[in-house]
Design a protein around this ligand. Structure first.
Ligand code: ZN
Length: 204
């Protein structure tokens, strides 16, 4: 029976002093829902998508995805859990924790919304830009954060969301194309039992 793909957005960044308020987060969530609804058209296991911003640890089901919204890389959950030297992405990172084999996806909101400057105004189309960065990390989550790698996200040809972002960051007008959707659908299909998500930094 087809199920709902639920994506949990865990906001630990507050509202960036009004530059990313609840209404902006709701717009980001709606964009992600629409994008994933297109992806699952070719994934028989799923018949619906829900994007939630209010969930707790116990709400995360086997095939769900989790992305943490952090103020900056200084708050990185990935870095805290790493057992070796790692380089975080500029706008976000995704990595499996060695201890519990659970994957963490995180984005750095001040970098995405204000180019890293806490005094700066919000960038144009902040909601879509945040959504694009979250989608990029979630495609890492299902495609190349665990072995065997399904697709190396940074080596995808002609993707918009699937590309190396460091040095070539996403803009607020970019959205997933057919190449990105196929990468995501292939990964969701191949990860038939899901990818274990790191949920313990969510509210209890
Ligand atoms: Zn990346």
């Amino acid at each position: 029976m087809a199920e709902t793909l639920t994506i949990h957005l865990v906001n630990k960044a507050g509202d960036l002093r009004g530059r990313f308020e609840a209404s902006h987060l709701a717009t980001t969530a709606a964009l992600l829902k629409g994008w994933f609804e297109t992806v699952i058209l070719s994934v028989p296991a799923f018949s619906a998508v829900a994007v939630r911003t209010d969930t707790k640890q116990g709400d995360v089901k086997a095939r769900d995805l989790v992305c943490y919204l952090l103020t900056s890389a200084e708050d990185s959950i990935v870095a805290k859990r790493a057992t070796e030297d790692i380089t975080l992405g500029v706008s976000g990172s995704t990595m499996m924790g060695a201890a519990d084999k659970a994957v963490v996806s995180e984005v750095y909101m001040r970098q995405i919304v204000q180019k890293g400057d806490p005094r700066a105004n919000a960038t144009t189309n902040r909601e879509q830009l945040v959504a694009g960065c979250i989608l990029h990390e979630l495609i890492h989550n299902i495609s190349d954060a665990t072995t065997p790698v399904v697709t190396d996200v940074h080596k995808v040809k002609d993707g918009v969301i699937c590309r190396e972002l460091d040095g070539n960051p996403l803009t607020g007008t970019e959205a997933p194309n057919e190449v990105d959707n196929k990468v995501a659908a292939t990964a969701l299909t191949r990860r038939a039992t899901g990818v274990k998500q790191h949920a313990s930094a969510m509210p209890a």
